[in-house]
Design a protein. Sequence first.
Length: 395
Amino acid sequence: MSNAEFCASETLGLVASDKRRTAEFPKAGNSALPAPRQSLRQGNPAVATVFASALVLVVTSSLWAQNRQSNRSAGPPDLPVLLHSAEEALNRKDFATAATALKSVVERQPDFVPAWFNLGYAYSGLHQNDEAVKAYQKALELKPDLFEARLNLGILLVELNKPEAALEQLAKAVALQPKHSRAHLYYGRALSLVDQAAEAEKQFQQTLALDPKLAVADFDLGQLKLKQKRFDEALAAFKKAAELDAALPQAELGMALASEGLNRPAEAIPHFEKYLAAKPDDLETRFHLARVDLQLGRNEEAFENLETVYRGKPELPGLAAALGDVNALLKRFPESEKFYRQAVAASPNEADLHRALGQTLLDEQKFAEAEAEFRQSLKIDPHNREAAKGLASSL
């Protein structure tokens, strides 16, 4: 799902209580967390599979009748057999078998719309997206008013991060079936991705008017308002999404980020924690939570979160410096020194890192080493007042 974005609040890192370092933390989830998708293959297969099966069954029956009338001799698999094979394969999600059978069908009968539609669906199941697009386009070339093909093609183009191309398909899908809630949902997503926020909001509101219990519509509306920094409205939308679907952890993350936008970091904490309980592998968001912990003076909690991130992704930019910070705040100076040295090795031209390492060395009473770090900090940034103070203390 291309990819509607969370825009984390614009707060910077914090200055530790002893002015150790101004720590820059990444935004939650790199500020690009995907919306929960109702994709062609997972979230909303009913439109594609029900439509596909109905067409295949009807056409198979018709072709069987034609076959009996023509009394053809036995030979390679005929169209009814191929269509039946494709139908069964789609029902069991064996997309490779379905695609093979359907390719044979369209080779024999290139104007057969249902086969092109089902071939597009099979290709999407195989993640052969370019081929899926071509198959849906062929179906629409033959039958321009085929709603399901318009919708699936539009959804696929959104997932391929081609929202401009998706807009045409989804606008036509909405025109063909104006009461189809998910057509409005995906049209809204495409509009949001091309920064047509007002029109996107109208589509999300129309989605909810048609299907008030569709949690992802409230979620998408929340994302849109979060991006616009309408934090109160975003929070309300995410809250409603979470109430409608408890299995939607991204809504908890949305509430956390909206709470931060409202300068309510303490209220953000439980939402971050609920999200991470469901998505423990999102280490960037855990890193972001550590920043919030430090902001609230929850140094032990920050340390635990940073340690978890370090075990899973030790090379994450800024992590070594953050661990240097939190260990210094907890007066674990040998550990602080270790991590600051890692950070300095990675970013040797950052004055504040040399200053922070110098402060930790000073706390360890390693005066000569501290002096060297403070001097290096001042060499890089002669106006660093904290480094100048540290240098004076080390002499």
